[in-house]
Design a protein around this ligand. Sequence first.
Ligand code: SF4
Length: 183
Amino acid sequence: MGLNNNLRTEVEKIMTAHNYSDYKWIDPKRIVVSQWVRMKCRFGCGEYGRAGACPPQTPSVTECREFFNEYSEAVVLHFQGLMDKPEDRHAWSAKINAGLVKLERAVFVAGFEKAFLLFMDSCCFCKECTGNRKTCQQPRMARPAPEAMAVDVYTTVRQVGFSVNVLSDYNQKMDRFAFLMVQ
Ligand code: SF4
């Protein structure tokens, strides 16, 4: 068994122990980082400047690309949700993101010192986000979403076989994706 297979087996055991089964491995060099994603954060998103783990708090697009290039193994985790009302999304994402922080921690303490998790949605831990890393109420827990790191999530996850489409209203099931950067 090769080095990467051993790594994958070890991480998969941790993911199973944390009840994650809907995921795929990806070569981080295939994670698509694009300027248009950052542009959509800057214009059109109500969280820009108001969310402590979103742009402009996150690195520049060039730095984001460099960040992904420093890894050779990553996992894409898939989550599906159907909300009764749009306001429910906050609590749904907060719960999943809290679990993902624990997963990152478990992978880290297993010896993968580069383990870093990108949330499946914006942070969502606090009712009112301070919008700033310096005043963040849970600075050890907050992580950016892949979109906040300029990841073109649609193109990236389709490459590894996930199906995802633009939704037009909340009656449709949402597909959300978190990224676990391993090594
Ligand atoms: S932990 Fe709270 S204050 Fe910090 S980024 Fe998340 S929602 Fe904002």
